[in-house]
Write a protein that binds this ligand. Structure first.
Ligand code: FAD
Length: 377
């Protein structure tokens, strides 16, 4: 049986481990901490225009796979279906497919697109709310959320008949914030005036006509997803690799060495720690090539400013480049290790806060896991 080590506890690492196991491999998944996945707002953007990417974005990780749109669509269908089944077993139900696209409001009433969303968010699809009277739940004691402004934004920005409905939760800690609502049972408003109820994210046991708004960090949606995918993860920080004759032999953590036939690097970008900023962006574990629009950043001298990770500036598209089997390349554009694969936001060539925010990690994670499982010892 092929042994696979997946490094990275975000959505990319989870999909890689899931695919490799499904293809019969013995998989170990390690991560040092939650990454960007734990911060996502609650609407998974998978892909908006597959053909447009293939035609116009040669350095996009999906284009670099060298697959036609039919094969990519099939892999995405299977990956997302399998992911939904796996997460449902962990208690997190998702709705939608990569072919569906909805608009969902966040806690400020601003719309964000999403293909796949938690089932608890799905009822808030903005077009489906048209013609309904929406009660926006506010909690009197909470200082960092204003249901009245959200209701106003839903009305003014999206033409939805929305009104605030304040409830009181007296047993909250002093000076509570939205995070203090996490895991509490949803309070019920007076039912007379609404036929849909918008809740700030975090409550459980929503009524049938209730839905959750999207979050801003820290995100209850991200935290729930992170908890659901963390069950099979070992806590370890990989600090170096042993390599020989074009292969990775083992990955070393402080107290343990992990040997495997194949390795998947799903270490994320600046938040996960797969790419480090500084004068020139670098990949810290194997000194792999980091590229910006097809050119090695070492030659461009691109400067990544500290903490710019939330800004989708062009330079933040820098990351690893891979061949069609997801083998990462060195700074000269050559594959180095036959049994090393890379997946997720560690890959460059796309804006990870954009319309493939989850699509690249899910698809490349899935395929990296499948390729790794076929690796011979
Ligand atoms: C604030 C924010 C909001 C977002 N909202 C959305 C959204 O609503 N919709 C959307 O589609 N996309 C969104 N995105 C983008 C999306 O969240 C990311 O693209 C995606 O989660 C990346 O997943 P990943 O698995 O590649 O990386 P990550 O989730 O960052 O995971 C990387 C993992 O690698 C581990 N790791 C790194 N180095 C090591 C090491 N040496 N040893 C062991 N483990 C290591 C980290 O600890 C972490 O577990 C958002 C991003 C941000 C930052």
């Amino acid at each position: 049986m092929t042994t696979v080590l997946v490094i990275g506890g975000g959505i990319a690492g989870y999909c890689a481990a899931m695919a490799a196991r499904r293809d019969g491999a013995d998989v170990t998944l390690v991560a040092r901490a939650p990454g960007a996945t734990a911060l996502y707002a609650g609407a998974m953007e998978v892909i908006d225009d597959l053909d447009g990417i293939l035609q116009r974005q040669p350095h996009h990780p999906i284009t670099r796979l060298g697959l036609d749109s039919v094969r990519l669509a099939t892999e995405l269908d299977t990956a997302i279906h399998t992911l939904q089944l796996a997460l449902e077993k962990e208690g997190l139900k998702l709705a939608g497919t990569w072919r569906t696209r909805g608009l969902y409001a966040d806690i400020h009433g601003v719309a964000r697109a999403g293909n796949v969303v938690p089932a608890s968010v799905a009822g808030g699809e903005l077009r489906a709310l048209s013609g309904k009277r929406v009660a926006v739940i506010g909690v009197k004691e909470i200082g960092d959320y204003d249901a009245a402004s959200t209701a106003l934004a839903l009305n003014e920005l999206h033409g939805i008949e929305a009104f605030p409905e304040e409830v009181s939760i007296p047993d909250l800690p002093p000076a509570p914030s939205l995070t203090d609502l996490y895991g509490r049972r949803a309070p019920l408003p007076s039912r007379s005036r609404s036929n849909a109820i918008a809740y700030p994210p975090g409550f459980t046991n929503l009524p049938q006509d209730g839905f959750e708004l999207l979050a801003s960090p820290p995100s209850p949606h991200g935290w729930r997803l992170q908890q659901a995918i963390a069950h099979s993860t070992l806590r370890a920080e990989i600090s170096s690799f042993e390599t020989a004759r074009g292969r990775v032999i083992s990955a070393k953590a402080a107290e343990r060495t992990f040997r495997a036939d194949a390795f998947v690097l799903a270490t994320g970008r600046h938040i996960g720690g797969g790419i480090v900023g500084g004068r020139v962006a670098a990949e810290p574990l194997l000194n792999l090539g980091v590229f910006h629009d097809g050119s090695p950043v070492a030659r461009l001298g691109t400067r990544l400013q500290h903490m710019q990770y939330l800004d989708p500036a062009a330079e933040l598209r820098a990351g690893l480049a891979t061949d069609r089997w997801l083998h990462p390349l060195d700074g000269d554009g050559h594959g180095i290790y036959d049994n090393l694969y890379a997946a997720g936001a560690v890959l460059g060539g796309y804006d990870y806060s954009g319309p493939c925010g989850f699509g690249v990690p899910i698809l490349t994670g899935w395929l990296a896991g499948r390729f790794a499982a076929k690796q011979s010892a």
